[in-house]
Design a protein around this ligand. Structure first.
Ligand code: PMP
Length: 294
């Protein structure tokens, strides 16, 4: 991800990775009490562009608020510093990881000290070509009554790591987690859409991370005149779908070949997902100005 000379942004300064340090008594390290984002930049014909930078930093701020973590930062400034960070490292297609973490504090109440790290690494445009083999996880997403599931909090990802580990051990690429009521929620790090009879469906908000890509897909559907419905989805409905895809900043739009032993009948290239994938690619690469439409 980095070498000693990679620049990081740490609490208002650009520092080399080899010179950066943190406190081992950090509450975040011990309890997973931190919030973060995953953002992508693309090398476009308009230069390096961070896709939905404002939406990501606004969600970081909201995640911090929900978790009672101080957020003494300005979104506009963070966007500016992120562009500077990419420039200093000469990154164009990159993955950007801002993390707001807490200082030394060993009790279970929020501490006052907070730090912000923004790191990035080069990530060539992928825009998924391989179809994913997914399974239904034996792990549920965390109950929204035990945490603020709409926050992108570090501790939530223990659940994602367990689900991914189980899926890989069984020979699958990705896990689909159900919510506490047994409805389809999301993947370990992506939201999910299914296609049935020419319409798209995606799990309603409440038990999932409100993905920025998910919102982009819903808006693209309006632009493309595709009906997209947010509702509770059962495992039976998921397995009876014509096709399905994951979406997320890192996953972008990734088609799903199968779930457990059930193979989707549609040829991926003929699905709504494939159309969304092409449109999303044009959008992030600014090949077509969809922003004015959505
Ligand atoms: N769900 C989870 C659990 C995630 O970690 C992510 C990735 N941030 C997503 C959904 C997709 O969110 P986004 O489109 O904002 O990247």
């Amino acid at each position: 991800y980095y070498d000693a000379n990679t620049f990081l942004y740490l609490n208002g300064k650009f520092v080399k990775a080899s010179e950066a340090s943190t406190d081992l008594y950090s509450q975040s390290l011990h309890y997973g009490y931190a919030v973060f984002e995953g953002i992508k930049s693309y090398h476009t014909h308009n230069g390096t562009r961070i896709f939905k930078a404002r939406e990501h930093y606004e969600r970081l701020k909201r995640s911090a608020e929900l978790m009672h973590i101080p957020f003494p930062y300005e979104v506009d400034d963070l966007i500016r510093q992120t562009y500077k960070l990419l420039e200093k490292n000469n990154f164009k297609d990159a993955y950007i990881r801002p993390l707001v973490y807490c200082g030394p504090h060993m009790t279970l109440s929020p501490g006052a000290e907070v730090s912000i790290l923004i790191c990035a690494w080069e990530w060539g445009a992928y825009l998924g070509c391989t179809l994913q083999k997914a399974c239904i996880s034996s792990y549920q997403r965390p109950n929204p009554k035990s945490t603020h599931i709409e926050a992108k909090a570090s501790g939530h990802y223990i659940n994602s790591i367990l689900a991914t580990t189980e899926a890989k051990a069984k020979g699958f690429d990705e896990a689909i987690l159900l919510d506490m009521n047994g409805h389809v929620a999301e993947a370990s790090g992506a939201n999910i859409f299914i296609e049935k009879n020419g319409k798209l469906y995606t799990p309603a908000l409440g038990h999932i991370l409100p993905g920025i890509t998910r919102t982009t897909v819903i808006r693209l559907c309006k632009t493309l005149d595709i009906e997209c419905i947010e509702k509770q989805i059962t495992v039976d409905e998921l397995k009876a779908a014509d096709s399905a895809f994951f979406c997320g900043t890192a996953a972008e739009i990734a088609g799903i070949a199968s779930i457990d032993e059930t193979v989707f009948p549609s040829l991926w290239t003929e699905t709504i997902g494939a159309t969304i994938q092409r449109t999303y690619k044009a959008l992030v690469l600014e090949k077509q100005n969809y922003e004015v439409i959505i």
